[in-house]
Structures are given as C-alpha cells and as structure tokens.
Design a protein around this ligand. Structure first.
Ligand SMILES: Cc1cc2nc3c(=O)[nH]c(=O)nc-3n(C[C@H](O)[C@H](O)[C@H](O)COP(=O)(O)OP(=O)(O)OC[C@H]3O[C@@H](n4cnc5c(N)ncnc54)[C@H](O)[C@@H]3O)c2cc1C
Length: 316
C-alpha cells in the first residue's frame, strides 16, 4: 500500500472511529479503518448508553460537542433501525444537589415532585434523552460507512508510524489503546461493568446521581432487555465480568425497582472508559502526514461522538 491508496486512515472501530470514518467518507474521502478489535469487542459496545456528559472535560468544548451529538441522535431516533430512541425517565440523588447544567438542552427537563422519587431520595429531575442500543448502533454505523465506500480491516498497529505509510491523514481513535500507541501516560482506565437482563416491562430509565462513587445505579430500557449499571472503578483494568460486582448491581437496582428482583440475566458487559484530564482532539505532523488525535472521551464517548467527528472532518 502507498500513501495514495486512501485519503484517510482511521485507527479504531469504536464509536469514535466509526463516526469519524462515516463523516470523512460521506465528505467524499476514500477511508479505511484499521482496528485491533472489531466494533463488538470495543468499550463502545459495552456502553449503556445514555446521552449525558459524564466524567469528561474540558467543559466548554464538551458542551458544544455534546449539543451537536444530541441534534444528530435526535434525528437518528426517528429511525428505529439505528438503535437510537428517545426515552423519558428520572435522575435522582439521595443528597440535596443541584441539577446538572446540561439539563436545559433536554426535552421536557423539569424538577420532580417529592412523590415521584423513590424512598430516601432528596431530589430529582425528569427529562427525555437519546438512549442508544450500542450493539445495534455500531452495526448501523458500520453499514453507513460501507455505504459511503469505507472499509474496516482488523489490524493492530504498534506505532502510528505504520499508519502514515498508508494515507496522508491519520485519525487516531484508539480509545485506551492510545496509552501505548501515542504513547500517552495521561490516559487511564475507569472500569465499567453492566448487567443486561430480560426487561420485565420497564419503559422509563432511572439513574442515581452518585457523584464520584465507584458504585453506580441505573437501568436503561432497551426494548426486550434492560441495561443495569454499573461501576466506575478508576485504575481497574480487568475486562472480565466480576460475579460479586454483578450481584451488587442487581441488588442496587432491585432496591429501587422491585420488578428487578429475580430477573433473568442475558449478558454481562465490561469496558474501560478511556480517561484523561481533557478529551484529546489535537493535530500533529508525523513523517509528512497529518495525525489528528480523537481519544480520551471517558464516560461520554457516545455523547461526544458526532461533535468530535464534525470538528475533525469539517476542515478537510
Ligand atoms: C460501562 C460503560 C458505560 C458507559 N456508558 C456511557 C453512556 O451512557 N454514554 C456515553 O456517552 N458513554 C458511555 N460510556 C463511555 C463510552 O463507552 C466510551 O467513551 C467510548 O466507547 C469510547 O469510544 P472509542 O471509540 O474512543 O474507544 P473504543 O470503543 O475503546 O474503541 C477503540 C478502538 O481502537 C482500537 N485500537 C486500540 N488500540 C489499537 C491499536 N494499537 N491498533 C489498532 N487499533 C487499536 C480498538 O481495537 C477499538 O476498535 C460508557 C463506558 C462504559 C465502560
């Protein structure tokens, strides 16, 4: 392969890589993805995934990227085949905290009446937001990339220098892989574990504002199934589901929603949120090629995906 075969090579086939590749391919570029793992083995596959800027900085750019992504996800929600739906529900806290500053971007955002909250909760807010069924959505993005002429090769690289031989533009969407690939010691994992169960008929989401606790509590209805969460364990790297953690997630959720007692478990999911002080959208030159980094989205990679991809593909 030579540098003239493709206009752009994207590293990574998670939500960041696929969305960026779609934007570049739909802008008319010849695009290839190299990914060590296919979409169904990425952190992106493991995500819940609710729109919401969680565990991510810098605040001013995150607000723009998340607002742009919100617009796109709202449009995609008009087609059920995308895996995106608009779902209503409640986020609540056991302590008297302020509602999130991004609430004003969401449809129907309002504070809850005390009677709407579970026992022992002090405050809460109701809204309607995009909820993404990641296995379906990653398949949708993959199909959209193919339709625009883009392709995916399963191939791990050990250095970005390998990529610059193939195209004049490289977009590095390698998630946690960037820690070794760049290398970037500022990138650390925040492990997340979820339990997918048969849905006993729940149509609204519930999420607890747990602050910086590693133990999260949420349930997201995905039609026939329900995604129960979760954890946010800084520095933990194990990608194997832990049975004790799964049992604790089920117990936390069942305490809020009695219909979740004794539900049938369908799947366990684990992912490592690629976390750094700030999301890295930054360009550098390497051996005469442009390398644009697009990683470090922590707990909000889905929420930021279209905004980040627009920023990268706009000047092309
Ligand atoms: C449990 C959990 C729940 C979450 N919930 C939400 C949510 O509700 N909303 C939300 O917005 N976000 C959520 N997130 C965060 C979100 O999943 C991540 O921010 C997002 O998936 C990061 O996507 P990515 O494409 O950057 O990385 P990844 O999905 O990790 O993809 C990285 C890609 O790069 C490839 N790669 C890595 N190294 C190399 C290499 N050396 N050579 C070639 N390829 C390489 C990998 O194989 C993979 O294809 C959640 C995360 C977890 C774990």
């Amino acid at each position: 392969m030579t540098r003239t075969d493709f206009d752009a090579l994207v590293i990574g086939a998670g939500v960041s890589g696929l969305t960026t590749a779609v934007c570049l391919a739909e802008a008319g570029l010849r695009v290839k993805i190299w990914a060590a793992e296919p979409p169904e083995r990425t952190t992106s596959y493991a995500a819940g995934a609710m729109w919401g800027p969680y565990l991510v900085e810098p605040v001013d750019r995150v607000r723009v990227w998340s607002a742009q992504t919100l617009d796109v996800l709202r449009q995609l929600a008009t087609d059920p085949a995308t895996g995106v739906r608009l779902v209503s529900g409640i986020e609540a806290s056991r302590k008297p905290v302020e509602p999130p500053e991004w609430g004003d971007q969401l449809d129907g955002f309002r504070m809850c009446e005390p009677s709407e909250l579970p026992d022992s909760f002090a405050t809460g807010w109701r809204y309607r937001a995009p909820l993404v069924d990641m296995p379906v959505y990653l398949g949708y993005l993959r199909g959209r990339l193919k339709a625009a002429g883009g392709m995916i090769d399963i191939r791990r690289i050990d250095a970005l220098g390998e990529a610059v031989q193939v195209a004049p533009l490289i977009v590095n969407c390698s998630g946690m892989g960037a820690r070794d690939l760049v290398p970037d010691p500022n990138l650390t994992p925040i492990r997340g574990q979820l339990v997918v169960v048969e849905n006993p008929g729940i149509t609204e989401f519930f999420s607890e504002d747990t602050g910086l606790s590693p133990d999260l509590l949420h349930f997201y209805p995905q039609g026939e199934t329900l995604v129960l969460g979760g954890t946010a364990q800084p520095g933990e790297c194990s990608q194997e589901p832990d049975s004790g953690t799964a049992a604790a997630i089920l117990a936390r959720c069942a305490e809020i929603e009695p219909r979740l007692r004794n539900v049938q478990v369908v799947e366990h999911r684990v992912g490592l949120r690629p976390t750094r002080p700030n999301v890295r959208i930054e360009e550098e030159q390497l051996d005469g090629a442009r390398v644009i980094h697009n990683y470090g989205h922590s707990g909000a990679g889905v929420t930021l995906s279209w905004g980040c991809a627009f920023e990268i593909s706009r000047p092309i």
